[in-house]
Design a protein around this ligand. Structure first.
Ligand code: MG
Length: 158
């Protein structure tokens, strides 16, 4: 049996006039993620972690931000596509751990819905995905509400 680990990272600027979508769930807030897609940094970081573990490249190779056909695309579509590419190579996800760093709003109340959404897309049990939220403690661009950052680890098996 083979195992692979992967790490994913993403950062998106928070701006007015955009929706805040994390893990496919829209979270009520005055600011949202700027991006070519819907700006879902959590889904992007998970996709990148899978791409890293399988040495398939990065998200930009599959979904270039210069491609007008995918402007505003749901990042769940991106994640689902990357997941099927992974499965074609006979990998399966053992577990995912993620940390979302955002100053506001508090994410705790949305995490159960985010997990439900992600397990459906990824086809894994709910106890195989950790979604943790932290603030920037007022420090740096995250602490100043300028951006959201996400860190992900994934373990794959085949
Ligand atoms: Mg991104």
């Amino acid at each position: 049996m083979e195992f692979r680990i992967g790490t994913g990272y993403d950062i998106h600027r928070l701006v007015e006039g955009r929706k805040l979508i994390l893990g496919g769930i829209q979270i009520p807030h005055t600011l949202g993620c700027l991006g070519h897609s819907d700006g879902d940094a959590l889904s992007h970081a998970i996709a990148d972690a899978i791409l890293g573990a399988t040495a398939m490249g990065d998200i930009g190779q599959f979904f270039p931000d210069t491609d007008e056909n995918i402007a505003g695309i749901s990042s769940l579509t991106i994640l689902s596509e990357i997941c099927s590419e992974m499965k074609k190579r006979y990998w399966r996800i053992v577990n995912i751990d993620s940390t979302v760093v955002i100053e506001k709003p508090k994410l705790a109340g949305y995490i159960p819905d985010i997990k439900k959404k992600l397990v459906r897309i990824l086809g894994i049990p709910e106890d195989a995905i950790g979604v943790k939220a932290k603030t920037g403690e007022g420090l740096g661009p995250v602490g100043e509400n300028k951006c959201v950052e996400v860190f992900v680890s994934v373990l794959l098996q085949r």
